[in-house]
Write a protein that binds this ligand. Structure first.
Ligand code: CMP
Length: 136
């Protein structure tokens, strides 16, 4: 059964010219794009997107970062798309958790600048896709 997940190429990935690399890995895996948009992130969208991290000490930094430049937002579709993309991305900490061969493992060094976001569950995907692509 096909499902959809929200993928973001964060401002670090866009600045470093890694959008094509990320899309290429998504497509080579066999996942498809249902929607894609380069956009600046409103602070209110950033706050809602990261609502679960509101109490974390890095919440302020997280908002600063995600609103610091354009992101590429995508609705990515395919069988088990949520888990499939999280495997492509690798763990949140690009050095300790993401292994070589994953997007973060190959291209990132710091947790704050880990290039991509992918929804972590069916509930998150539904919530995030409504927030980022309300018309989808
Ligand atoms: P993401 O998976 O998009 O969702 C939460 C984000 O918070 C995570 O990626 C990281 O970019 C960021 N994050 C997690 N832990 C830290 C931390 N200790 N310091 C700064 N940012 C963090």
């Amino acid at each position: 059964m096909s499902e959809r997940t929200l993928v973001l190429v964060k401002p670090d990935g866009v600045k470093r010219g890694l959008v094509g690399e990320v899309i290429s890995r998504i497509e080579r895996k066999g996942l498809t794009l249902a929607a894609m948009d380069l956009r600046n992130v409103e602070r209110s969208v950033a706050e809602e997107h990261y609502a679960e991290h509101k109490e974390k000490p890095f919440f302020g930094e997280l908002l600063e970062f995600i609103t610091s430049g354009p992101v590429v937002a995508m609705a990515v579709e395919g069988p088990r798309a949520i888990t499939a993309f999280r495997q492509l991305a690798g763990g949140t900490d690009p050095v300790e958790k993401a292994t070589p061969g994953t997007i973060r493992g190959d291209f990132a060094l710091e947790t704050q600048f880990n290039l991509v976001h992918g929804s972590d569950s069916a509930e998150s995907a539904e919530r995030e896709l409504k927030l980022w692509f309300p018309d989808l």
